[in-house]
Design a protein around this ligand. Structure first.
Ligand SMILES: Cc1cc2nc3c(=O)[nH]c(=O)nc-3n(C[C@H](O)[C@H](O)[C@H](O)COP(=O)(O)OP(=O)(O)OC[C@H]3O[C@@H](n4cnc5c(N)ncnc54)[C@H](O)[C@@H]3O)c2cc1C
Length: 385
């Protein structure tokens, strides 16, 4: 029997899961407007690992849109050391410097075309459990409606609105802000993602299509509060070595973005699950958030079966996979932050210390459920930053 699934949040995770579940014959409601942002795009880079996931979802063609620029890899200048990562030997081929608005629009179109019920202009007003299903009340300015669902999915990004409504809480790991400058440049030159460390933060930058460039300074919000962001961005930009090779930024439009990393505890429960950034929002250094959102969508779609919205065994496997991903993420952070020399200044000393403590931040259930009852409980010793 088809399951009734209600998903909150129409970003990558929500759109991909909605389309995939609908294709499998389930009844899917997707709540929320199309993801747009007046600040433009944050210049996400899609690593080749995402391609098999897009293929599994049947939407790999959306990368053919010319607004996404093929990227052969990453070049970094990290604490004085230059390194290059070349995608030419990866199974997925090139990466992409994405136009996120176009990417999300196409994913939403996919959901729409396969018959997902898109509910825009409504917000959650109440949720209650009724036997083995949920009764969800939705309201708009003019009317209200009620939906009964077997499974609720939080895909609302790091706001994790639905999960928090159900009692979950977010554990923030690092308090970062992204100050992004977008400017024009010629459509030639290397499309590698550039990563460069700075005195009190680090940069990523990339060439995009249609004469666009983006250069993003990641730092702590304290270093930005009260300052003229545009002036700060220009001043820090002028100190870069590698980022500046993208050309002079004239008339940059500068905006700030929340870049906090966090993990949701618990990740799900009876009849609900979190996916994408609602479940875990990674440090932008990983450049893996979109791949993770797509992987979550594929994993959850395969778990929703005729027998039940998600069986506890399936949920256990899902959490073990998330645990693997979590540990790979932590190992990556430790490699980037942990091995730094001690003379790099306070900002880096803080991250070096923090990286060594990250091993203790493992939410329960990620290594496999000890028993069905507490597989999703929070018993970790994680610290909030
Ligand atoms: C500075 C920065 C750089 C990054 N760089 C990269 C990168 O290079 N590569 C990469 O792969 N990832 C990158 N990421 C991560 C990536 O942006 C996220 O992982 C990705 O957007 C997560 O997708 P999502 O669908 O889970 O959440 P989101 O994209 O946040 O989508 C959530 C959706 O839910 C909606 N929503 C929220 N609350 C409600 C509500 N109450 N009702 C209805 N709708 C709601 C939102 O409006 C939004 O449409 C970066 C992130 C940052 C901050």
């Amino acid at each position: 029997m088809a399951k009734r699934v209600l998903i909150l949040g129409s970003g990558v995770a929500g759109n991909a899961l909605a389309g995939s579940l609908r294709r499998r014959g389930h009844d899917v409601y997707l709540i929320g407007p199309m993801r747009t942002d007046a600040r433009g795009s944050i210049g996400e880079h899609l690593a080749p690992e995402a391609l098999p996931l897009l293929q599994a979802l049947g939407v790999e063609d959306l990368l053919q849109d010319r607004t996404h620029l093929r990227s052969p890899g990453v070049v970094s200048l990290w604490q004085g050391r230059m390194a290059t990562k070349d995608y030419s030997f990866s199974l997925g081929g090139d990466g992409y410097n994405l136009d996120r608005t176009v990417f999300d629009t196409h994913l939403r179109l996919f959901a729409d075309q396969v018959g997902v019920r898109l509910l825009d202009g409504v917000s959650l007003t109440a949720i209650r459990r009724a036997a083995s299903s949920w009764i969800v009340e939705l309201g708009s300015k003019r009317s209200s409606m009620r939906i009964e669902a077997d499974l609720l999915v939080d895909a609302s990004g790091r706001s994790a609105t639905l999960a928090r409504h159900l009692g979950a809480r977010r554990r923030f790991l690092d308090n970062l802000i992204a100050v992004a400058g977008r400017y024009r440049g010629e459509d030639r030159g290397n499309a590698r993602l550039i990563v460069e460390s700075a005195g009190e933060g680090w940069w990523y930058a990339a060439r995009q299509t249609q004469h666009r460039r983006i250069a993003v300074y990641i730092t702590e919000p304290d270093g930005v509060a009260g300052s003229d962001r545009t002036a700060l961005w220009y001043s820090k930009h002028s100190e870069t070595e590698l980022v500046r090779t993208l050309g002079p930024p004239e008339d940059a439009t500068v905006a700030a973005w929340d870049a906090r990393s966090m993990v949701l505890l618990p990740q799900g429960g009876a009849g609900w699950i979190s996916i994408g950034d609602a479940a875990m929002a990674f440090d932008p250094l990983s450049a893996a958030g979109i791949t993770k959102a797509l992987a979550d969508a594929c994993a959850v779609a395969s778990l929703v079966s005729d027998r039940g919205p998600i069986e506890s065994e399936g949920l256990g496997r899902l959490l073990v996979d998330r645990g693997r991903r979590w540990r790979a993420y932590i190992a990556g952070l430790q490699a980037s932050y942990g091995g730094l020399a001690s003379d790099q200044g306070q900002w880096w000393a803080k991250r070096r210390r923090w990286a060594t403590e990250l091993d203790s931040v493992e939410p329960a259930g990620f290594s496999g459920p000890a028993d069905g009852g507490n597989a999703l409980a929070d018993t970790s010793g994680a610290r909030s930053h």
